[in-house]
Design a protein around this ligand. Structure first.
Ligand code: NAD
Length: 381
């Protein structure tokens, strides 16, 4: 065995299929899966060369192990590195990356391997979607958020000065490998932020999973079978929604629970990760979606309270007041929400809930109702 390969043996692997006809693919989940993944790549894509796209943090932490595994499996690989952080989802980095992939002579039958969090996945997925009119993408997500959300489903893209993720493409990966041992090096803050997206699946339509999260969240953080179970449950839920509605013409929008608020908060904090990272904004957004539902008379207060209590117990922000440096006024928040791409002819679309696990799409919510709700949240009433 190569000296750089992970020392621990691969644990049992869970396979979650994503059923999308000719674009179907598998999500492989388990601890220490990098060398297994390299073998799968070598057998499923014989002769393909690989360009590993990663960020500077992962280049130091996990890229060498992946490279060793690929070499052992006989896959020739080159590496392209971007700076960590949301700022890398930019036109400038996108152009640089496309040129880097061309300089590395990545051809139509080769592979782009995204080794990183959602930023690397979104950026390199978008580059893969347009490079030579589309090359295959393998996602090896390294953050919890990327393992349970962004690496599955084919949404790729970069940000514009007009808003987040406004330039992009649907480009399904050919394979996703969630090596849950990679999460051992993730900071506690980033782990918790990703955990908000895990809880989201329980809140959408799986109340039993929310109950499970309340009991098991500490063990999910520690690693072991509970972590794999949480990632697999989230991936199964996302795979099912994506298989029903690949391009978000219908109920894929449920995955945006909490996100209308979250995107507005990210926008108002200028995507400054020292103030708020995506998953933290989602945690506040989930609480706001439930409290807004409660205020509209749709959802029992007890359920809204349970959502906030669980996220707070984990150590996530749950209120507008928790945004470091302030969230902005009600008018600013509503204005930021109307910039979101889910706005149709000025009416706001929210994902609301009749209770935990009972979310639904609510198009045409009046801006005044949202404004009144946010004012009351800011006033703490
Ligand atoms: P990220 O990619 O910026 O990663 C967060 C930080 O953690 C970075 O500094 C990164 O270097 C570091 N990191 C990642 N894995 C690590 C590891 N194993 N060990 C140590 N450090 C590690 O952020 P993210 O939260 O993974 O993703 C957020 C992005 O995902 C946003 O741009 C968001 O828009 C996007 N997103 C996309 C989708 C989609 O469907 N495409 C869905 C949700 C979110």
């Amino acid at each position: 065995m190569n000296a750089m390969a992970p020392a621990a043996p691969a644990a049992e692997r869970i396979v979650v299929p994503v059923a999308l006809a000719e674009r179907s693919y598998d999500i492989l989940i388990g601890r220490h899966q990098l060398c297994e993944a390299a073998e799968v790549i070598a057998s499923r894509f014989p002769g393909a060369r690989a360009a590993i796209v990663t960020d500077e943090n992962l280049a130091a932490l996990h890229a060498p192990a992946l490279e060793a595994c690929l070499q052992q499996a006989g896959v020739s690989a080159t590496r392209l590195t971007v700076p960590p952080g949301e700022a890398s989802k930019s036109y400038a980095r996108f152009i640089e990356l496309c040129d880097g992939l061309l300089a590395a002579k990545i051809e139509r039958n080769d592979l782009v391997i995204a080794l990183g969090g959602g930023v690397v996945g979104d950026l390199s997925g978008f580059a893969a979607s347009v490079l030579r009119r589309g090359v295959r993408l393998v996602q090896i997500p390294t953050s919890l958020l990327a393992q349970v959300d962004s690496s599955v489903g084919g949404k790729t893209g970069i940000n514009s000065s007009h808003g987040k993720n406004l330039i992009g493409a649907f480009h399904q990966p050919a394979l996703v490998v969630c090596d849950t041992a990679l999460l051992d090096t993730l900071s506690e803050r980033e782990f918790k932020a990703g955990y908000a997206e895990v809880v989201k699946y329980g809140l959408i339509d799986d109340p039993a999973f929310f109950d499970w999260c309340e009991v098991n969240w500490r063990r999910v953080m520690e690693g072991g079978p509970e972590r794999d179970h949480a990632v697999a449950t989230a991936c199964r839920a996302k795979a099912a929604v994506v298989a029903r509605d690949e391009r978000e013409d219908g109920d894929r929008a449920l995955l945006n629970l909490g996100h209308t608020f979250a995107h507005a908060l990210e926008r108002l904090t200028r995507y400054d990760s020292s103030r708020l990272v995506h998953g933290e904004a989602v945690a506040i957004g989930l609480c706001l979606a439930f409290r807004f539902s409660q205020r509209l008379g749709l959802c029992p207060g007890q359920d809204a309270g349970s959502v906030a209590a669980h996220l707070a117990a984990v150590g996530l922000p749950t209120r507008l007041q928790d945004v470091p440096g302030g969230s902005g006024t009600a008018a600013e928040i509503v204005e930021a929400m109307t910039q979101d791409k889910k706005v149709k002819r000025g009416a706001l679309t929210f994902i609301l809930a009749h209770g935990i696990g009972r979310s639904f799409i609510a198009p045409g919510v009046a801006a005044e109702a949202a404004h009144g709700f946010i004012e009351s949240e800011l006033a703490g009433t």
